[in-house]
Design a protein around this ligand. Structure first.
Ligand SMILES: [Zn+2]
Length: 160
C-alpha cells in the first residue's frame, strides 16, 4: 500500500489506545504487513526498486530525486492526515508514532537494499512473502485504497 494509507491505519490504531506508546508502535508496525497482504496498487518508482534481488546504491540523479519527492510527499501527507483525523492536542505525539511505525517497514526495505544483513534480511523475506502478488490497475487500485482508508476511519470512529 502507499505510505499515506499505512499512516492512516497506524494513526487509527494509535487512537484506540493512545496511552500505550509501546503497544502503538508494535501494532502500527505489524499493521503494515497485514494490509500489504491485501491486493492493492502502488505508484511506480523510477529509480528505487525493492523487489527480490534488487540493489540500490547511494546516488542522486533526476529519477532518484523525483522518487524521493513523491515518497516524501506521500509520507508527509499520511502523517498530516493521521493527525487531522485522529489526534487531540494530547495525543498528537502518539498518533505520529503510530503513523511512523506503520510506514517504517518500507524505508527499512530500502535500508536492507543498501545493507542486507542481520534482522533486516529476515524482515525483508517476511515483507516480500506477505506482500500480495496481485497488482491492481491504478484506477481500481486508487479508488479501492481510498475506500479502504475511509472504512478504517469509519470503524475506528465506531470503536472509540
Ligand atoms: Zn510494504
Amino acid at each position: 500500500m502507499i505510505l499515506s494509507t499505512h499512516a492512516i491505519v497506524g494513526g487509527a490504531i494509535a487512537s484506540l489506545f493512545p496511552s500505550h506508546p509501546v503497544a502503538v508502535a508494535a501494532a502500527g508496525f505489524a499493521s503494515h504487513f497485514a494490509i500489504d497482504a491485501i491486493p492493492h496498487w502502488d505508484y511506480p518508482l523510477r529509480s528505487i526498486s525493492l523487489g527480490p534481488g534488487s540493489r540500490n546504491e547511494f546516488r542522486l540523479d533526476r529519477a532518484r530525486l523525483r522518487d524521493l519527492t513523491l515518497i516524501g510527499f506521500d509520507a508527509f501527507a499520511g502523517m498530516a492526515l493521521a493527525v487531522y483525523l485522529f489526534a487531540t492536542p494530547a495525543t498528537v505525539t502518539v498518533i505520529l508514532l503510530g503513523a511512523f511505525a506503520a510506514m517504517l517497514p518500507d524505508p527499512l526495505q530500502f535500508v536492507h537494499n543498501l545493507s542486507p544483513r542481520g534482522p533486516l534480511n529476515w524482515l525483508q523475506r517476511f515483507h516480500l512473502w506477505i506482500h500480495t502478488d496481485r497488482k491492481l490497475d491504478w484506477q481500481i487500485g486508487v479508488s479501492s485504497q481510498i475506500a479502504f482508508a475511509m472504512a478504517v476511519i469509519g470503524v475506528v470512529a465506531e470503536l472509540r
